[in-house]
Design a protein around this ligand. Structure first.
Ligand code: FES
Ligand code: FES
Length: 176
């Protein structure tokens, strides 16, 4: 009788996160969310439902907002992943982070990283969204504290901050 072929319990994967390559060994069933949190200690991405219902685990993958609990780490090999840890520029907050603080757009804060990641991608795709578009954009991220009115205000403020940032970058001094 021939022995069954051995199945690799862990596979080598390179996760490119926030501009840095992270070689990791993961089980084929490991989600991107668990790889981020448990293998790479990037705990800013939150686990709540772990089944694609709440949006707390939202990250950007190749420029699209995705639920990290629904992605396998092995399928993310070589893809460009951005997590909440990668959005600030040193001590300078991302405009969406800044807007959340200005508008007090959180209570417990547990949904906040996912909200911010989702809104960043949305605003990358919509320079000047309507209120209705903003309201629709934030419905994929569940906020159990009901902070939606302030999240919507923060989104509108982030539109202004991003426009000012673009304008400064386009000025002859390049915002210096
Ligand atoms: S933890 Fe991923 S959608 Fe809820
Ligand atoms: S701020 Fe608590 S869940 Fe959104």
């Amino acid at each position: 009788m021939t022995a069954a072929p051995a199945i690799a319990s862990h596979l080598p994967v390179t996760l490119r996160i926030n501009g840095r390559d992270h070689p990791v060994l993961v089980e084929p069933r490991r989600t991107l969310l668990d790889a981020l949190r448990h293998d790479l200690a990037l705990t800013g991405t939150k686990k709540v439902c772990d089944m694609g219902n709440c949006g707390a685990c939202t990250v950007a993958v190749d420029g699209q907002a995705m639920y990290a609990c629904l992605l396998l780490a092995v399928d993310c090999d070589g893809r460009e992943i951005t997590t909440i840890e990668g959005v600030a520029d040193g001590n300078t907050l991302d405009p969406v982070q800044q807007a959340f603080i200005e508008h007090d757009a959180f209570q417990c804060g547990f949904c906040t990283p996912g909200q911010i990641m989702n809104l960043r991608v949305f605003l990358d795709q919509h320079d000047d969204p309507t209120d209705a578009q903003i309201e629709r954009a934030i419905t994929g991220n569940l906020c159990r504290c009901g902070a939606y009115p302030n999240i919507a205000k923060a989104a509108r403020r982030a539109v202004e901050l991003r426009a000012a940032q673009r304008q400064a970058a386009a000025s002859p001094s390049g915002g210096q």
